[in-house]
Write a protein that binds this ligand. Structure first.
Ligand SMILES: [Zn+2]
Length: 229
């Protein structure tokens, strides 16, 4: 049982997942009814809630990590501008990637409890979704939706919360990222440094030595305050 839960926390166990056809996403089976209810409430408020990202496996996150480390996928700076990754030292690379992307094994998307959502009613079908703060502020297309979502999640009986609502100098704020509270809080309390260290030590990936050498600092800055939120 403990073994099974550890695998789930690392994105290595898919037996508890369920597909939500209406939203074309994969989530933990316990999340389905609350998610569909949130979607209905969004519809009633005049929005079209869609899911950009839900469950993501350890190996999917590993591929994202490796592609960013190799410069095959864009890494953004603190202001959201593309960064020239090859000009950085290995340690700088690791910390630049971590601002926007989780280490494999340390993404809340592994749990099936966390989702990135947006409002399809305010964009055209060929719109390139970015999931940036700029889309949620000023004259961005999702301003009204995020205003509604924030109020919805602040309600006492809400099943979801924003784990990355404020910028603590670690992961950038992600208003589009919501988390299913009952399960995510439990998973967060079980997730640990040792669990992550053991999995990463047993895996081959880009910048591995630098990551393992700095894992305590990484855990404190990017994981403890977010995964354990
Ligand atoms: Zn997310």
């Amino acid at each position: 049982m403990v073994h099974h839960l550890n695998k789930l926390l690392l994105g290595l166990d898919e037996t508890s997942l369920s597909e939500v056809h209406q939203l074309q996403c994969l989530v933990h089976k316990d999340v389905v009814s609350s998610l569909l209810q949130l979607e209905r409430e969004a519809t009633d408020a005049g929005f079209a809630l869609k899911v950009a990202s839900s469950y993501r496996s350890f190996y999917r996150q590993l591929l994202i990590w490796n592609n960013k480390a190799k410069g095959l996928r864009t890494t953004l700076d603190a202001k959201g501008k593309p960064l020239e990754i090859s000009a950085l030292s290995d340690k700088e690379k690791v910390f630049a990637i971590l601002r926007w992307s989780a280490l494999p094994g340390a993404s809340r998307h592994h749990w099936g409890t966390d989702l990135d959502v947006y409002d399809a009613s305010r964009i055209s079908s060929d719109y390139q979704l970015q999931l940036t703060v700029a889309e949620t502020e000023g004259d961005g297309p999702f301003v009204e939706f995020h205003c509604w979502l924030k109020a919805e999640l602040a309600k006492k009986d809400s099943d979801f919360y924003h784990p990355y609502a404020i910028d603590r100098g670690g992961i950038a704020p992600e208003p589009w990222h919501i988390s299913y509270t009952p399960l995510a809080k439990k998973f967060a309390s079980i997730f640990s440094f040792d669990l992550l260290y053991q999995q990463l030590a047993a895996t081959e990936f880009e910048l591995k030595t630098t990551v393992l050498d700095n894992l305590e600092e990484i855990y404190d800055r990017f994981i403890k305050g977010s995964v354990n939120t």
